[in-house]
Design a protein around this ligand. Structure first.
Ligand code: ASP
Length: 418
């Protein structure tokens, strides 16, 4: 696979430096009691985030559409879709399995003094978790599927409903492919929109180091580190689990890409660290799109098709985190942790992650489905609330890395079809 190595090196280096500086400045502001100074830096991060979000709708619309046109055959499209789904399914299952092993080995919830770390759930939060839990898994999955079909594609774009945009764009693309003559002006328009979007991403990449620095500084300066001490074992279980899953993904990527782990990591640093600082797979999508094509040399049509889908439904990190968090709550409250319950957690956490939106904090909401599936109290969420943002950063980073590896895997298997 071809790649643009020198560029990748430079990007990775600047972004690494920016994240380290952000961490240092953030810690300095936090420990010197000057958190409010971070408010002056935050707008730089907001500008970066806004530009990223600005590009999502045109990018998803044009990418999926052009992927269909470029793939050119419904058969190839189908096999690419099946491969992507198989990859999502398998890696999510591996992630949850690792999470369950970690939390059973480390047992972070055993002996936890519940009263010392419980933060209050606001009324709005309780309502949100209850709503999500009361829907149950069945209707959540059916709901996700039904909700994916837009009744008004323009509203879907206005509301940034990525799954709805994907479905509309798929439909539009397939019909255009089968009626190329009438669709030619539309195809030309979409082709141009896709190309210009990619150029816009390159421009946004130039401010990425500044944006990431600002976002990191703000988050670290405003983190409640006091809460971390009480929850450190739980955090270690999540982060170690994510790390092991990261190793599994690197192994898969190196094998399918036929290159060194170091090359894979370096190529994925820009999207991974953007995911870390934004805690949103959706906001990171433009950077991910750029990295898999430019740095990993993934075929354009694979990236166009697999990435928007992956960013929305493939969340290994979230699935792993949900399983650890639920079992942690079970341990802390001394609830039933039988194999049967852990199997229910395994299944529901895998599916609840699919239902989680690609935005900050979404995993925490769908976790209530897992809790209620095993009959654990929703109030347990209050135990882990204080460190959720920090863990969100780690799990989003793995979600996005999983998406990058997914395109490599699907691309490597689809080569024979070309
Ligand atoms: N923030 C995650 C993401 O965007 C979802 C989650 O909350 O776990 O991928």
């Amino acid at each position: 696979m071809k790649s643009n190595s020198a560029n990748a090196n430079k990007e990775a280096f600047y972004i690494l430096v920016s994240i380290i500086l952000g961490l240092l400045v953030g810690f300095a502001l936090y420990y010197s009691g000057n958190q409010e100074l971070a408010n002056y830096i935050k707008p730089v991060g907001d500008v970066f985030l806004k530009f990223l979000k600005m590009i999502i709708v045109p990018l998803v619309l044009a990418s999926i559409f052009m992927a269909i046109i470029n793939i050119g055959s419904p058969d190839e499209l189908g096999s690419m879709g099946i491969r992507a789904m198989a990859y999502y399914f398998m890696t999510t299952a591996i992630a949850v399995f690792i999470g369950i092993i970690m939390v059973n080995l480390i047992q972070p919830g055993v002996g936890v003094d519940i009263s010392s770390i419980t933060s209050e759930l606001s009324e709005a939060q309780t309502q949100k978790f209850q709503n999500s839990a009361s829907k149950g898994l069945g209707s959540t999955i059916v709901g996700v599927l039904l909700d994916a079909i837009p009744t008004n594609p323009f509203k879907a774009m206005v509301d940034m409903k990525i799954l709805q945009i994907i479905v509309f764009s798929l439909f539009l693309g397939i019909v255009s492919l089968l009626n190329k003559k009438v669709a030619m002006p539309l195809i030309n328009f979409m082709e141009s929109l896709e190309k210009v979007s990619m150029i816009m991403i390159e421009v946004i990449m130039k401010i990425a180091p500044f944006g990431i620095f600002a976002l990191m500084t703000y988050v670290i300066a405003n983190s409640g580190f006091n809460a971390i001490y009480g929850l450190s074992k739980y955090m270690i279980a999540v982060i170690l689990g994510l790390f092991f899953h990261f190793l599994v993904l690197i192994f898969i990527a190196s094998w399918r890409h036929k290159s060194s782990p170091f090359f894979i990591i370096k190529s994925c640093i820009p999207p991974m660290l953007t995911a870390f600082s934004t805690a949103s797979s959706a906001s990171t999508l433009p950077i991910t799109m750029n990295a898999v094509q430019d740095n990993l040399g993934v075929n354009k049509k694979t990236a166009q098709f697999v990435l928007p889908l992956g960013a929305t439904i493939n969340m290994d990190g979230t699935a792993l985190y949900e399983s650890v968090a639920v079992i942690f709550i079970g341990q802390a409250y001394g609830l039933d942790l039988s194999i049967a319950n852990q199997i229910i957690i395994f299944i529901t956490a895998s599916l609840a992650a699919v239902g989680a939106a690609a935005i900050p904090g979404a995993g925490l909401v769908t976790m209530s489905i897992v809790l209620s599936a095993v009959g654990y109290p929703l109030e347990g969420i209050a135990l882990i609330l204080a460190v959720d943002r920090i863990l969100d950063m780690f799990r989003t980073m793995i979600n996005v890395f999983g998406d990058c590896v997914g395109t490599v895997v699907v691309d490597s298997f689809s080569k024979n079809d070309r």
